[in-house]
Ligand binder design. Sequence first.
Ligand code: PLP
Length: 447
Amino acid sequence: LTAARQAAARAYELDRRHVFHSWSAQAQIDPMTISASQGCYVWDGEGNRLLDFSSQLVNTNIGHQHPKVVAAVQQQAAKLCTVAPQHVNDARSEAARLIAERTPGELNKIFFTNGGAEAVEHAVRLARLHTGRHKVLARYRSYHGGTETAINLTGDPRRWPNDHGNSAVVHFFGPFLYRTQFHAGDESEETERALAHLEQTIAFEGPSTIAAIVLESIPGTAGIMIPPPGYLAGVRALCDKYGIIFIADEVMSGFGRTGKWFAIEHFEGVTPDLLTFAKGVNSGYVPLGGVAISPAIAATFDNRAYPGGLTYSGHPLATAAAVATITAMADEGIVENAAEIGARVLGPGLRELAEHHPSIGEVRGTGVFWALELVRDRATREPLAPYGGTSAAMTEVVAACRAAGLLMFVNFNRLHVVPPCIVSEAEAKEGLAILDRALTVADQHTS
Ligand code: PLP
């Protein structure tokens, strides 16, 4: 064994003995070791190189080990590692400016958190205090984070064991034409009926009790379902009509993932009141999230204390990483690259795969944000794994990808193609070629 392999084996042994993992039955997992990373690649404990089509948890938008971000963290560490949140710090100030310049409309005040779930927690708290109302509406097929409020907003089975019946969250169905809840035949019917359903939910829950509607601008983990034209504008109009705060969760979809700085920019004229971000803001080099706040909501706390805070709000290492990340993304055309690779390589490439793989039920996405909906039967659309579960077929496809050097993001019956925004045409094609071979495994499970 080389020294590196020995170190990896030791890390694995200690992990299994002492580390308690997220979302897992601890005795049933065999976690993969990652010992190095660069650009769009990672190396496992045996030294195998894998193309990272997952961007880890869809967060390394700028790729792994970007030299300018690494240098910024190193320089900030040498200069000033930490300050209490009440003090001014140049890294935090500059990060807030760079973020505020990119958020839609006038969302110009930034409250920093350590990650996405906390951003969602604080967005909901801001909305509740601003409106004096308590209920929050969120959609089924969504993910908003693992903390108490965020997991109860989440519309997937991970909510169930965390739902103690006191979250004041009400779920509704969002638009998803491929698996329509509304018996819609096309996108315009889906939009119209999904909005009617939402308005009826508001009416039956009582508009005067509803503080906020929380929506991922484009739902990520739940399946990358791009809202049909008019839907988000319709949600905005309903929020205005009933005095409800519109919270756009851009934790996964923000900072270049969809080929724009924020996914909401794909929907002209739609500005949320609060926008949550994390992940791509600094590609996770140091934990960071936050909420961008409208002037009206910010003004609520001009002469009234905001009852919330964190020791590490706007941590210098995290915000210095954000400054370097956003600056490099702008200087190097990284958001434009995500748009271009999506439009020219990934979109056409994935649609071509769908032509000869019967296991692909639908291809959807934009930028470097794509989902393959895998099915047993194209006619019935029966998923290759049940909602909330997995299957031998899904496990085999993912293993085939991994064996061929491709790391995928998986959720139930879906494979998500979510490489870093820096992915080159050659890398995208390399991943597509591996997927092409791996999908023959899924095809064997179709009827
Ligand atoms: N919101 C969305 C849309 C997410 O995708 C995630 C994480 O995947 C979160 C919130 C939670 O973020 P974090 O895991 O940083 O708490």
